[in-house]
Structures are given as structure tokens and as C-alpha cells.
Design a protein around this ligand. Structure first.
Ligand SMILES: [Zn+2]
Length: 380
């Protein structure tokens, strides 16, 4: 048995200070203030020295460690995120791959998931194939134009159906419901997200009963539907804000470039803290830093000078969210662990509770990570 003592446990809506937490066989078996739960004799003890101890981060949307892609070098990229407290991540597979490349990368990641070095891969995030080709970095190399075509997408669905936790799509794509039905036929619990889209509210809402419950990197790569001059239209962002069923993914970088801090505060107020998911959307792209972005070190740019994802990890995203919105340590653990777990059906983690996976991260008030426990084992 492992005992963690002198911890400030980060619960879903409160703290437990001066606490002991017991772990056995990779699971949390008990926790309470030390005066009610003294450290048992003959067990391994880790002293948290008054640090916050919360559930490991769950990054449902990340492509890379900022340098290499998870689909190319999963071991090093997984370790990078693990060092920053991410005990579960979903490698995101982007739309800039054709059918063969998708199948090859899914097989590579399925193999990697069996390795100890990649034990924090919890499934896949399919950021394609059917997004709106008008949006997103590297859109010039989008091979998925025209109506959905089962010959082209079925090999991907066949290969990924059990690993894919989220399928991102643009609801305005022609015959998209056919694609949704094909995925659900293989996996009725499949989760869909609206992404890289300029769909109408009705097109998005029509898919909610079929598992659409996430807005991918909310307010990024989405259109607006202006009908009358000088009159704001309603489109993806408004639909995600309006429908409580839909979680909002947020990329929270240090300068508030992806999402302005004022918008972060607005989304928190509209969506409520139970529907916010922090993602890294870390990507690897080595375009030069364009004028006006001097000093920006947590965002990538492509060679056209456009934003191409981030270099973030969730510990830093949490720190930025505290800075930009005044969120508490309890709040950001909800955004970075509990909510992403709940949104994607990972019910065995994401909170400190008896019976849950002992995925734990030790942080100070600035969310600086000093220790990580995954499945009951100290890994960092
Ligand atoms: Zn992405």
C-alpha cells in the first residue's frame, strides 16, 4: 500500500487539508484528514509537504509535445505531457492525412498504447476527416473535399472505432449524418464534436441526440453567419454557448491569443464551470513568429504566419486560466481533469474518490508540477 501524507486534496468542489490518501493496486482506497486517517504502519509513504494533490490531467485534444507529433514519436511526446501532470491524453489525428495515412497512424498508436512509455494514451481524438476545408492550419493540404464517401472513410472507422473517443466534424458537410451513423453502428457510445465549421445552429443541434456534445477549441476556426449588414449572425460559437449539453474546449495560452481573456470569462459565465474543458491542442510547426507576436513562446505558427496550435501542456493551461479568469485551483482541476473525463466517458478517473484510478498530480499554487502518480505508481 502507498500512503500520501501532508497533502491538500483537491476535491470536485472543496479542499481537504492536512490529508492522508491511501492507494492500493492502482486505486484510491481511502482519504481523509490525517487526524481521522493516520498513516498505516508498514506502507510506502510519500510526503506531499503541504502541496495540492489533485486528479491527473486529462488532455483529450493534443497532437504533439510542441516538437514532434504523437503519431510519429509517441514515446517522447507522451513522456513530455506526463512530466507536466497529464496522466491521460488522446492523440489528435488531423484532417491533413488521406485514408492510408490515417490507418497507418492509428495502427502505430494502437501498438504504442501497449507500451509502458505510452501508458497515458487513453484513446484517440479524430480531428477529421470531415471538417470544413475553409478553416484550420494546413487547410491547403486537406484531401477531404466534397460529399462524405464511405469507401474513403470506412477503413478509418473500421480501424479506429474502439480507440476513437471523439470524432470531430463539420455538421454542414453534405451527407454528414451518413458518416455519423456509420461510426455509431460500430460504437453507439461514440462522442462527436463540432469543429472547423460554419454550421447553422439547427445543423449542430440536429446531431446532439446522436452524441454531439463537444465544441472543439471553442471560438477558434469557426465561422459567422451574417445575414444582414452590421447585424451579428448566429453560428457555431453561439450554438455551443446556448446548448448546455455541449462542453466547450478552450485553448488557454499565456497571452490570451487563441481566446481573449475577456472571452474566457464570458464563456465561463455562459457555459458554467461544469462545461469547460481545457485542452492543449499542442501541435508541431516551425513557422517564424510573425510581427505583432514578439515574445509569444507557447503558440506555433505555420509558414503563412497563421496560428498552428500551441506548445502548451495542461499544467500551464491551468496557470493561464487562473491568471485570465480568476479561477481557483479547484476550478482548474475540474476543467483539466473531471470535465474532460466525464465528456468522453472515462468514468474511472478525473476525481479523487474511492475506487478511482490513482492518477494524481502534486502542484503548488502556481500549478507547478513536482510529482506525478499514474495508476498508483510514482512516474515523475
Ligand atoms: Zn487540433
Amino acid at each position: 500500500m502507498l500512503a500520501i501524507k501532508n497533502a491538500v486534496l483537491v476535491m470536485r468542489d472543496h479542499f481537504i487539508p492536512d490529508a492522508t490518501l491511501l492507494v492500493e493496486n492502482g486505486k484510491i482506497v481511502a482519504f481523509d484528514e490525517e487526524r481521522f486517517l493516520p498513516v498505516p504502519k508498514d506502507c510506502e509513504v510519500i510526503d506531499a509537504e503541504g502541496l495540492y494533490v489533485g486528479p491527473g490531467f486529462v488532455d483529450i485534444h493534443t497532437h504533439s509535445d510542441g516538437k514532434v507529433f504523437l503519431q510519429d514519436e509517441p514515446e517522447s511526446a507522451c513522456l513530455h505531457h506526463l512530466k507536466h501532470g497529464t496522466t491521460t491524453l488522446f492523440p489528435a489525428l488531423y484532417f491533413n492525412m488521406n485514408t492510408e495515412m490515417y490507418v497507418e497512424k492509428i495502427r502505430l498508436l494502437r501498438k504504442a498504447m501497449k507500451k509502458k512509455e505510452c501508458a497515458n494514451i487513453g484513446g484517440l481524438y479524430m480531428e477529421g476527416p470531415y471538417l470544413n476545408p475553409k478553416f484550420g492550419c494546413e487547410r491547403e493540404s486537406n484531401p477531404w473535399q466534397g460529399p462524405v464517401c464511405s469507401e474513403r472513410y470506412m477503413p478509418i472507422v473500421e480501424e479506429a472505432w474502439d480507440l476513437a473517443r471523439v470524432w470531430a466534424l463539420a455538421p454542414e458537410r453534405e451527407n454528414i449524418k451518413e458518416f455519423v451513423d456509420a461510426v455509431r453502428e460500430k460504437n453507439p457510445q461514440a462522442v462527436f464534436s463540432v469543429a472547423h465549421s460554419e454550421a447553422a445552429p439547427s445543423e449542430i443541434e440536429a446531431l446532439i441526440p446522436y452524441g454531439l456534445k463537444i465544441g472543439t477549441h471553442h471560438t477558434n476556426a469557426t465561422g459567422d453567419r451574417v445575414k444582414y449588414p452590421e447585424c451579428r449572425g448566429v453560428c457555431v460559437d453561439e450554438t455551443v454557448n446556448y446548448n448546455h449539453e455541449i462542453y466547450a474546449e478552450l485553448i488557454c495560452d499565456s497571452r490570451g491569443i487563441h481566446v481573449d481573456p475577456y472571452m474566457l470569462r464570458l464563456v465561463r459565465r455562459i457555459k458554467g464551470d461544469d462545461r469547460i474543458i481545457l485542452i492543449s491542442d499542442a501541435y508541431a510547426c516551425d513557422g517564424p513568429i510573425p510581427p505583432g507576436y514578439e515574445g509569444v513562446d507557447d503558440i506555433n505558427f505555420d509558414h503563412a504566419g497563421e496560428i498552428a496550435g500551441s506548445k502548451l501542456t495542461l499544467d500551464i493551461a491551468c496557470r493561464n486560466m487562473i491568471k485570465h479568469t480568476g479561477a481557483s485551483v479547484v476550478d482548474v482541476f475540474k476543467f483539466a481533469s473531471y470535465n474532460p473525463s466525464r465528456a468522453t466517458g472515462l468514468l474511472d478517473r478525473g476525481e479523487i474518490a474511492v475506487g478511482k484510478r490513482a492518477d494524481l498530480v502534486f502542484v503548488d499554487h502556481r500549478m507547478k508540477v513536482s510529482k506525478v502518480i499514474m495508476n498508483g505508481e510514482a512516474v515523475v
